[in-house]
Design a protein around this ligand. Structure first.
Ligand SMILES: Cc1cc2nc3c(=O)[nH]c(=O)nc-3n(C[C@H](O)[C@H](O)[C@H](O)COP(=O)(O)OP(=O)(O)OC[C@H]3O[C@@H](n4cnc5c(N)ncnc54)[C@H](O)[C@@H]3O)c2cc1C
Length: 459
């Protein structure tokens, strides 16, 4: 492993004792640098290896179906680890209370954790690192190149990050060695988890809970990757912007929950040989845009607020703050897809029922929230709450960057000035009509059931 993928989070003296890998974001056994690193340390010290997951209630607005999706993925991880004589423990509570106690109970010698640039996850890791008396090492298993290596600062746009990624990509293409069976079982074994009971205990549905369109877990994720590489990638540049086609990979829930690692995916695409338009277009998204979003959240503490917008965008939005809005909707009207615009309502319905919006329409969807609410701050809050609360791939740097791009010009440039938006890029239904068959999309979304707001909303 490239040693720069790991960062120590405290300066405690090394101790002998089992190694713990705190799985936070990368819920897989294959292609996982953090697990590989933890195992290598355990094997060289001759100690057992334990993997711990801490179930936190209501993470960033996640709903029951998101938890169910995640737990079914974790069950596969636990089963695969048990076959490799690696203990798996599902704990619940706050990490800063639960993890130090667990480390003490098994007399651990080293804690390894995933990396995430999001505030809550970062605060958990820092609090844990402070409270344990053993070394805590963070390993980025979620990116091809860790954000602290890809760039030392917040980047302005894809055009400024792209050459940096290209320059160092060669140093980060090593495949992750397969996880080995441990020579002796973990002394304390795995904690029994009643997966069925746990999943069933989540049965009480949130209103408007989305239904997952894809099977959760590592096996399904890698199968979906293979299917896309074989059947979808060659048409990606032609079809990805048409919401009536399944031209995108559909891999974002897997990448978000870490059921799929980006390393193997990017490597397989790069290995497809001569760079065609489709390969280039896909790498631009899965490598450049994805790592740009990580860069944004890593270096910008206010990634989910107006403070994160570039100065030109803050100025232009402030200059248009008092512009009259032809349409103003409440959060409730928006959530229930009760606007005058059938295209927006269809995208919102797709989000609420299926937990996703097509990538092209995600931009349109967020920009209209800016147009129809009383301020960019309100628009940011509503867009983030809906995206995090419904999308299977939500609560992710890609979401915060995508919403800040749409509403606040982050990673974008200035365009011709117009009401409300100022110089922020505008999107219209007429523009969408030039790109795809809007009526077809609207009528196919109208079929989606159950839409919990069909009975009406009093807000
Ligand atoms: C308002 C808005 C909100 C968004 N919210 C999310 C979100 O919550 N989670 C999320 O993963 N993506 C988000 N995106 C980015 C993008 O729309 C999705 O990643 C993509 O549509 C997911 O579908 P896919 O996996 O089929 O993508 P594909 O087109 O097949 O792309 C493959 C992968 O590349 C990455 N990718 C693609 N487009 C982008 C992008 N613009 N920025 C960063 N990475 C990208 C994703 O990891 C994606 O899974 C958002 C974009 C906008 C404009």
């Amino acid at each position: 492993m490239n040693p720069d993928r790991m960062r120590p989070l405290n300066d405690r003296e090394p101790r002998s004792g089992p190694v713990i890998y705190w799985m936070q974001r990368d819920h897989r056994v294959r292609d996982n640098w953090a697990l590989h690193y933890a195992q290598r340390r355990a094997l060289s010290a001759g100690t057992p290896l334990h993997v711990v997951f801490i179930l936190a209630p209501r993470f960033l607005g996640a709903k029951v179906p998101h938890y169910r999706f995640m737990l079914r993925g974790l069950q596969q991880v636990a089963e695969a680890l048990n076959e490799l004589e690696i203990g798996f423990h599902l704990l619940s509570g706050t990490p800063e209370a639960t993890l130090p106690a667990f480390c003490q109970a098994i007399e651990a010698g080293l804690l390894v954790s995933d990396f995430s640039p999001l505030r809550g996850c970062r605060a958990w890791r820092e609090a844990v690192a402070e409270r344990i008396d053993i070394p805590h090492h963070e390993v980025d298993a979620h990116n091809v190149m860790p954000p602290w290596i890809a760039s030392p600062k917040r980047e302005y746009a894809a055009r400024t990050l792209r050459p940096k990624l290209r320059r160092i990509l060669g140093d980060w293409r090593t495949p992750v060695p397969a996880v080995q069976r441990m020579p002796s079982p973990s002394t304390t074994g795995s904690t029994e988890v009643d997966w069925g009971g746990l999943v069933d205990s989540l049965q009480c549905e949130d209103p408007g809970a989305p239904i997952a369109l894809v099977e959760p877990g590592e096996r399904a994720a890698y199968a979906a990757m293979e299917a896309f590489l074989e059947d979808g990638l060659s048409e990606y540049d032609r079809l990805r912007n048409d919401p009536n086609e399944s031209g995108q990979s559909g891999l974002s829930p897997y990448l978000h929950f870490g059921h799929l690692g980006p390393g193997e995916l990017v490597e397989r695409v790069l290995a497809m040989g001569e760079a065609g338009l489709a390969v280039d277009a896909f790498l631009e998204e899965v490598l450049v845009r994805r790592e740009l979003a990580e860069n944004f959240c890593h270096y910008e503490p206010h990634y989910d607020r107006v403070d994160a917008f570039p100065d030109w965008a803050k100025k232009t939005l402030a200059a248009h703050a008092q512009d009259p809005r032809e349409y103003l909707y409440t959060r409730g009207q928006l959530e229930a897809a009760q606007t005058h615009d059938p295209l927006w309502n269809a995208a919102q319905r797709q989000l609420v029922v299926t937990g996703k919006i097509h990538g092209y329409l995600r931009m349109y969807w967020a920009k209209k929230i800016l147009e129809w609410t009383n301020s960019p701050a309100t628009a940011m809050r509503i867009a983030i709450d809906f995206n995090d609360g419904y999308s299977f791939d939500g609560r992710d740097p890609n979401g915060y960057a995508g919403i800040a791009w749409s509403i606040g010009g982050v990673h974008d440039r200035a365009f011709a000035e117009r009401p409300i938006f100022g110089k922020i890029r505008y999107m219209s239904v007429q523009g969408s009509r030039r790109k795809f068959d809007v009526d077809k999309y609207v009528s196919s979304m109208a079929q989606l059931e159950p839409f919990p707001f069909d009975e009406g909303n009093d807000d």
